[in-house]
Design a protein around this ligand. Structure first.
Ligand code: PRP
Ligand code: URA
Length: 206
């Protein structure tokens, strides 16, 4: 299952982040802001617990998020989304998975993994701006499941039909939230129109 968030506030920021003339400072700010909107949507059905709060006037029945939340950015570009998620979920724990695409085969190569202890029913929020072939996301979900994860949502800024198909076939239980399902992959397996190399644009490398 996937959901494309078409809200004008998200789409406006997407127009800015796609622009080739957007430099790394603004790119980082926009990645954070778009992530907050996407995360807000992705968490709309999380478990809550009823609590009673004393307002200055009376008691109010309220709800607080009752989840063991584990955010997992895929290194390196996923780090550009971490601050946005943590601003929304400041008590979440954080795990890291390092994955890069082999320049020849475009297949994901895992090089780092450091995940928090699995509590048994944690909700994992996997973040990476680009879900292109879907290889990196799918391989990371494999790693999380091997770590005990049973509940995973993916948040990406841009994806495409090929990548969605791959991840959804391998992991039909995982929900994917994105700001855009773009047209296609090019022959270098970049998303078109996309926003280019997200890691390079976030961190000012090339
Ligand atoms: C990018 C991106 C994803 C991956 C998407 O990372 O951040 O992790 O490619 O491609 P896929 O869906 O085809 O696997 P990259 O390998 O460029 O590494 P980086 O974040 O370190 O730059
Ligand atoms: N990785 C990126 O950073 N961008 C793409 O379009 C595809 C993979």
């Amino acid at each position: 299952m996937h959901e494309e968030i078409r809200h004008p506030c998200v789409q406006h920021k997407l127009a800015l982040i796609r622009d080739k003339d957007t430099g790394h400072k603004l790119f980082r700010e926009l990645a954070k802001e778009i992530t907050m909107f996407l995360c807000y949507e992705a968490l709309k059905e999380v478990n809550v617990a009823e609590v009673t709060v004393e307002t200055p006037l009376a008691q109010a029945k309220c709800h607080k998020i009752a989840e063991d939340l584990i955010v997992v950015p895929i290194l390196r570009a996923g780090v550009g989304m971490l601050e946005g998620v943590l601003d929304l979920l400041p008590t979440a724990r954080v795990g890291f998975v390092g994955m890069y695409r082999d320049p020849g085969t475009k297949m994901p190569v895992a090089y780092y993994k450091r995940l928090p202890h699995e509590s048994g029913n944690a909700l994992y929020v996997l973040i990476d701006p680009m879900l292109a072939t879907g290889g990196s996301t799918s391989a990371t979900i494999d790693l999380l499941k091997a770590n005990g994860a049973t509940r995973i949502v993916v948040i990406c800024i841009v994806t495409c039909p090929e990548g969605l198909k791959k991840v959804e076939e391998a992991h039909p239980d995982v929900r994917i939230y994105t700001a855009s399902i773009d047209d296609r992959l090019d022959d270098r397996k970049y998303i078109v129109p996309g926003l280019g190399d997200a890691g390079d644009r976030l961190f000012g490398t090339s």
